[in-house]
Design a binder for this molecule. Structure first.
Ligand code: NAD
Length: 334
């Protein structure tokens, strides 16, 4: 059986080929790679395939799912944990199999969160350029000592817990907010209501899923509750943050720093080379104009360990679909 892999880059191909080759039960399976993102206009590329394999910015809306179903595609294999990009009502109606990779190296995203905080706080990105030009002045590079600061973790699941361990290791006071608190967090920090976390934290970092309840969790009201000069970090999903509100908070100097690995309109930009082109997204360009904003292009997961785990779990999910076996990672199994 053929599987059309959308949004495929060389690194996806490397780890997916490796994982399929290591699994004797899936030798009759084959990947067909497409750089294109999946959407209503590209669904026809899956002609002749029994499954599609997709990533965070592929669009699996009703029209796309119907087009895939008409081609005989029966399975959606997500190479990620979140499935907010899948129209689940349509997938259910069409009887599609949908499986994800629920967890892959949560430490990878937690470590990237630390990288963003460290870079923005100590201005290492600016220092790197300055020293290369022979400028050894320190003006503009002043940071704060993180030891003793308060870090608020919104969502104390797998990545939130890994992030809590790191900041606790740095000597920070760790606060956590989660409507379904995990007992593991009790030894790492203090569980508090969201309002308290926002009011007391020097750094607020988001590690919750995107759903109706968390859409624009960070908005004008929640930003106003944050300490003046605090840092906001989002490595989870772009739409957790209202970008207009965050720009306003940066312009008013209330929000001290913003570090994001995800952006609400990222599907138009991320995972593609736009250098030499005009970027039309005014909000993104406004964000880029602030010296206290750091943006990376959804690379939190991007480690060898995580890519290997994603590929292995995806092959396991494919095997369940092919064999009609129960799949522990299915979000929808007809
Ligand atoms: P998880 O399911 O293990 O943990 C999420 C936690 O959020 C859970 O404990 C849940 O109870 C909590 N939560 C739910 N609703 C909440 C709310 N309203 N407020 C606060 N907490 C809430 O998920 P995870 O694997 O830790 O992933 C966390 C986030 O990271 C997800 O948004 C995921 O999509 C994102 N992610 C990003 C990357 C990247 O490369 N940047 C990679 C993997 C995952």
């Amino acid at each position: 059986m053929k599987t059309a892999v959308f949004s495929a880059r060389a690194y996806d191909q490397r780890f997916l080929d490796e994982a399929l080759g290591q699994n004797p039960q899936t030798q009759a399976c084959e990947w067909v790679y497409f750089q294109a993102t999946l959407g209503p206009d590209t669904a026809r590329l899956a002609q002749g395939c029994g499954a599609v394999c997709v990533f965070v910015n592929d669009c699996l809306d009703a029209a796309t799912l119907q087009a895939l179903h008409a081609l005989g595609v029966g399975a959606i294999l997500l190479r990620c944990a979140g499935f907010n990009n899948v129209d689940m009502a349509t997938a259910t109606r069409l009887g599609l199999f949908v499986a994800r990779v629920p967890a892959y190296s949560p430490e990878a995203v937690a470590e990237h969160t630390l990288a963003l905080v460290m870079t923005l706080n100590r201005h290492t990105h600016r220092a790197y350029n300055r020293v290369r030009e022979g400028n050894f002045m320190l003006e503009g590079l002043l940071g704060v000592t993180l030891h003793g600061r308060t870090v608020g973790i919104v969502g104390t699941g797998r990545i939130g817990l890994a992030t809590a361990r790191i900041f606790r290791g740095l000597g920070c006071t760790v606060l956590g907010y989660d409507p379904f608190p995990s007992p593991e967090f009790e030894s790492l920090g203090r569980a508090v209501p969201l309002q308290v976390l926002l009011a007391e934290s020097d750094i607020v970092t988001l590690h919750c899923p995107l759903n109706e309840a968390t859409h624009h969790l960070v908005n004008a009201r929640s930003l106003a509750l944050m300490k003046p000069g605090a840092m906001l970090v989002n490595t989870s999903r772009g739409a957790l943050v209202d970008t207009h509100a965050v720009i306003h908070a940066l312009k008013s100097r209330h929000l001290g720093y913003l570090a994001i690995d995800v952006y609400e309109q990222e599907s138009e930009l991320f995972f593609q080379d736009h250098s030499g082109k005009i970027i039309d997204d005014e909000l993104f360009q406004r964000l880029m104009s602030f010296p206290n904003v750091l943006v990376t292009g959804h690379q939190g997961f991007f480690t060898v360990e995580a890519l290997r785990e994603i590929a292995q779990v995806t092959v396991g999910n494919l095997r369940c679909f092919v064999e009609g076996a129960p799949c522990p990672n299915a979000v929808l199994a007809p």
